[in-house]
Design a protein around this ligand. Structure first.
Ligand SMILES: [Zn+2]
Length: 621
């Protein structure tokens, strides 16, 4: 907008509007990968060349860069191998047959220790130059440190060129060859990848078990391999007319060529990873999501599951409008569900999934929001990735089932089990540093989903929905951290919320309220509520009467400095805010004691009260 004289009143309105819509000002590094790779399907070796255009948008001068070499984890005595075997010795309890229940990741176990030289994975950078000059490198297993011959200055762009060689490991975890379902090549975390540098510095996390963090950028990837193979990948196929196989038009065959190999050219823009998979028996179908992306489904054709793939493809397309309405529009042109890997793992514009499970499909696709778009640092805040995705996936499947039920019930159950196990660790724990796989997954997926559902209890579900849409609008492509999300929820709700993550995220303290006593004082009926747990929360109490009327009683927490809007149409009594230090509160109704048939603390079940038995009282008169 050009310079103009703006009247003062108009200027004020403009300022207020700008403040309401301000985008958070957080710089991001930027990368562009041009890659030419060749997979030899007999030796399982990938030879590749990369041109990496790297822009330093930080205010810092960089004297080194770090590069991920993930496949070096698939070697005996690697960090992943040793850690997996150590966790596998932890006894979590007993199995039904009386044997010890061990904390294995069943996919990894001690399989890496047994790999032969032609079965291991590796990724070797055979040469790297910066602006044409050869660079010195120091390998640290899955991380390569590059000591730069000349620094990368703030706001400057440099070009790295690499040659690399990778061996596709036997499929152990996520990537690899010959998966249990018979997919030949699952090629993920496979290329030398620049580590993210952000406001905290370099994030050079070795590959131990958990997930990823990356630099947004553009990928131009040309993959050459035996012509009999069919590929599903991140991004849009650029030479669809040359390839055929449903990429040019639905149902078209793979084009016949005389060469022994064929080159597939993919482009994926504004993403932080690139994955692909190849198999000779793949089938390819597509669906168009209403007002959304073209969905590709690429899977091994097996008669017994063909209808399930077709049906679930329809359901994914059908689910999209709900997903977009509640969590924001999917911004890329395509999304590919590719059979491969060992469970479900999310990548840019694609997922590798083991089978056609609808729950897994919806979960991985929702990671496009809470992984690709937000780009949460999953080493540090795995719950913002897995927990938010679980929450969104569950909301979506509940909508698909069209059954009124508490969508997050499963996550609450897993969280309660985690508390009972006494293995809980604070959600601030680095994802790879949890003492058990069990605590990691219940924290990240379940306690993380409960974080959101319970935020709905604190600020109201309607303001939680609004917060999630604002989160999408303001924080996509910006690597938000927990404080960014909580601060946004504060702005949307007008409530102070810092106390919530302080206990829920940073500690393993728990919530427990109980109905202590009821008595009549001649004029009113009083109900005493006691807090047994260490976390103080706002308290909703619902009263049911004999004439089937109801009342809502709401005791806000003083630390909120405000109240949530009413969430139902029943008469609501709002009490003086309760200081967090106080463990007792009394609510009262003008109705006689003998009119009351039920008293319940939080009938919505969103309050993660670890002992719900003392939350409800049914009176028989
Ligand atoms: Zn997930």
């Amino acid at each position: 907008m050009g310079r103009k004289n703006i009247p003062l009143a108009v200027a004020f309105v403009l300022l207020v509007q700008m403040a309401a819509q301000a985008q958070p000002d957080r710089w991001q590094q930027r990368v562009k990968y041009n890659m030419d790779v060749n997979l030899d399907v007999n030796s399982n070796v990938i030879e590749g060349k990369q041109k990496i255009t790297y822009t330093n948008n930080s205010p810092d001068t960089l004297n080194e860069v770090f590069i991920h070499l993930y496949w070096n984890a698939f070697q005996p005595n690697s960090g992943m191998d040793v850690r997996s075997r150590e966790l596998g010795e932890t006894v979590l309890g007993k199995n039904k047959d009386g044997s010890n229940k061990l904390d294995w990741d069943d996919r990894v176990k001690d399989r890496i220790a047994k790999l032969q030289p032609n079965e291991i994975g590796y990724c070797k950078v055979t040469s790297i130059t910066l602006n044409g000059k050869k660079q010195e490198t120091i390998p640290y297993e899955t991380i390569l440190k590059v000591n730069l011959s000349s620094p990368i200055l703030p706001k400057s762009t440099v070009i790295f060129q690499t040659s690399f060689e990778s061996q596709v490991p036997v499929q152990i975890r996520r990537s690899g060859r010959n998966s249990a379902q018979g997919i030949q090549f699952s090629i993920t975390q496979w290329y030398p990848k620049i580590v993210e540098y952000d406001y905290t510095g370099w994030n050079a996390n070795p590959y131990i078990a958990r997930e990823f963090y990356g630099v947004w950028g553009d990928y131009d990837v040309n993959i050459t391999l035996n012509k009999a193979y069919k590929i599903g990948a991140s991004g849009v196929l650029q030479n669809a007319a040359e390839i055929g196989w449903g990429y040019d038009k639905e149902g078209s065959p793979l084009k016949n060529i005389s060469n022994a190999t064929r080159t597939w050219k993919f482009k994926a823009e504004n993403v932080h990873d690139f994955a692909w998979a190849a198999d000779t028996t793949y089938k390819h179908i597509t669906r168009k999501a209403p007002n959304g992306p073209l969905l590709h489904f690429i899977y091994k054709q097996v008669d017994s599951v063909e209808t399930a793939w077709q049906r679930n493809a329809d359901t994914c397309a059908m689910a999209y409008p709900f997903m977009a309405q509640h969590f924001g529009a999917y911004p890329w042109p395509v999304y590919s569900f590719i059979q491969g890997g060992d469970g479900g793992m999310e990548y840019a514009m694609a997922t590798l999934i083991k089978t056609q499970s609808l729950g897994t499909m919806l979960h991985e696709w929702m990671h496009s929001w809470y992984q690709q778009l937000m780009g949460t640092n999953e080493s540090l805040y795995s719950w913002m990735d897995e927990g938010f995705t679980t929450y969104a996936e569950t909301r979506t499947s509940q909508w698909l089932r069209k059954k009124p039920a508490f969508a997050q019930e499963g996550s609450y159950k897993s969280y309660y089990n985690l508390v009972a196990s006494r293995r809980e660790e604070p959600m601030t724990t680095h994802a790879d540093h949890y003492n058990t796989n069990y605590a990691y997954s219940n924290d990240a997926y379940s306690k993380g989903a409960v974080f959101l559902a319970q935020l709905g209890y604190i600020i109201s579900d309607s303001l939680l929905d609004k917060t999630l849409l604002e989160y999408y609008r303001l924080w996509k492509f910006k690597h938000p951290n927990p404080n960014d999300f909580v601060r946004l929820a504060e702005k949307v709700s007008g409530l102070e919320l810092k106390w919530y993550p302080q206990d829920w995220i940073n500690t393993t303290k728990t919530i427990d309220y109980k109905i202590d006593s009821l008595w009549s004082d001649g004029q009113k009926t009083n109900i005493r509520i006691k807090r047994l747990g260490d976390i103080a929360m706002p308290v909703d109490v619902q009263l049911w009467f004999k004439d089937s009327s109801q009342e809502t009683h709401y005791v806000p927490l003083a630390l909120m400095y405000g109240i949530k809007p009413a969430e139902n149409a029943f008469p609501r009594t709002v009490y003086a805010p309760q200081p967090w230090t106080h463990r007792e509160m009394v609510i009262s109704t003008t109705r006689p004691l003998t009119d009351i048939i039920t008293v319940e603390i939080d009938p919505s079940l969103r309050l993660a009260d670890v002992d719900r038995k003392n939350n409800k009282l049914e009176l028989k008169w």
